[in-house]
Design a protein around this ligand. Structure first.
Ligand SMILES: Nc1ncnc2c1ncn2[C@@H]1O[C@H](COP(=O)(O)OP(=O)(O)O)[C@@H](O)[C@H]1O
Ligand SMILES: [Mg+2]
Length: 366
């Protein structure tokens, strides 16, 4: 019997029984797979994928961190990424969001090396998010999941993960073996199943939600379902957070895998469609902006156009670097022209000025 106040050392190992994968699930799996494949194809249209993906990754980072009740505004975030000095001055929540994005890229690099999710990848993600050298939580550590501050009966324990010597290591070994070796289930289904399992293990003292959500994306990369970790899943999760928590606990309490897997497939479907739309909109807008600016401004370049669409706020200094203009007077004149054409608008913040790409912001906020 499951008791939410006692360590759940009876957490069953994977795989789950195949009987859970019924017709309803297979129907949704088909739709989600197709949408994901379209997204993967769309990524190929992006001229400089890393740049644009970084913009989407920032949104993912913000939402995934917000699921854990760590909030930052778009404004703070965009300022912080507009130059590296600003990043150092950012407030703790903003830093936490930026570290999530860094962890996504660090994990991505590692996955590309080994083509699998292993303990090293998982530890790297966690350590980058939390900026720590800690590893798996020690057996004495009294980690529990509680209801959030804003919720009814806040502070109440909803789940106590397994605890004891060697148990987390064993459960993780089983999970990693399932991810990399099990052949019965399709990778998309395995991602859903494994996400529950990872969260049920809660291998770290904190950051398990975020680490788990990065693993989801990187697992799809390791299985060649997407070439870059661009799927913006956390937006769906934060918009449907109660269901996320409810479905997770349903697996623990009633072995009800079906609603959980359906939740994850719906998340993949919805997110793939949305992310595709974001990519289309950004590419269309990039082209329109370039075609509008180029005949009017001789000095306007493709590189500048890409830079303007890789971060919502940009500093004059960065514009100068991209178009290689050293004279301040010339640069100021050029930036004024961009403002006159409505490509950027100035946003003052104390003694500083940020230049805002409103078209990009509109698209990202979708
Ligand atoms: N009943 C549950 N069973 C298993 N995992 C859960 C349950 N409820 C929530 N979770 C997971 O635990 C995460 C929170 O864990 P935590 O270590 O605080 O992560 P982070 O610091 O990234 O918040 C949630 O985001 C969710 O993924
Ligand atoms: Mg937390």
């Amino acid at each position: 019997m499951f008791d939410r106040n006692k360590p759940y050392n009876d957490l069953p190992n994977l795989p789950i029984d195949e009987k859970f994968i019924d017709k309803d699930i297979l129907k949704q799996w088909g739709l989600a797979s197709r949408a994901l494949a379209e997204l993967n194809r769309n990524i190929l249209r992006i001229p400089n994928p890393n740049m644009l993906i970084n913009t989407i990754a920032l949104q993912e980072a913000q939402s995934s961190t917000a699921i854990e009740n760590i909030f930052t505004t778009q404004d703070e975030l965009y300022k912080a990424v507009s130059d590296s000095l600003k990043e150092q001055e950012a407030n703790p929540s903003t830093k936490e969001v930026l570290r999530y994005r860094e962890a996504l890229w660090e994990g991505f690099k590692k996955v590309k090396e080994s083509n699998s999710i292993n303990i090293e990848v998982i530890a790297t993600i966690f350590q980058t998010i939390k900026k720590t050298s800690q590893g798996i939580r020690p057996p004495q550590s009294q980690v529990v999941i509680k209801r959030g501050e804003s919720e009814l009966r806040s502070g109440e324990i909803i789940y106590t993960p397994p605890r004891g010597e060697g148990i987390i290591e064993d459960k993780l070994d089983n999970l990693i073996g399932f991810l990399n070796e099990e052949k019965t289930f399709d990778p998309l289904l395995k991602m859903a199943i494994a996400h529950y399992q990872f969260e049920a293990i809660q291998p770290f003292t904190d950051g398990n939600g975020r680490t788990g959500r990065i693993i989801n994306l990187l697992y799809l990369v390791s299985q060649n379902l997407i070439s870059h970790p661009v799927l913006y899943l956390s937006k769906y999760i934060i918009e449907n957070k109660d269901d996320y928590y409810f479905a997770l606990s349903g697996v623990t309490q009633r072995s009800s895998w079906k609603p959980w897997i359906q939740y994850m497939l719906k998340a993949v479907l919805t997110t793939s469609l949305n992310t595709n739309q974001i990519i289309d909109d950004i590419l269309n807008q990039m082209e329109a902006t370039y075609n509008y600016a180029k005949p009017k401004l001789k000095w306007y370049s493709l590189e500048l156009n890409q830079a303007l669409f890789s971060q919502p706020y940009i500093k004059q200094k960065i514009i100068g670097e991209v178009i290689n203009v050293k004279s301040r007077t010339t640069l100021t004149k050029y930036v004024k022209q961009l403002i006159q054409l409505g490509i950027l608008s100035a946003k003052e913040d104390g003694r500083e000025v940020f230049y805002v790409n409103n078209d990009l912001i509109r698209i990202l906020q979708g």
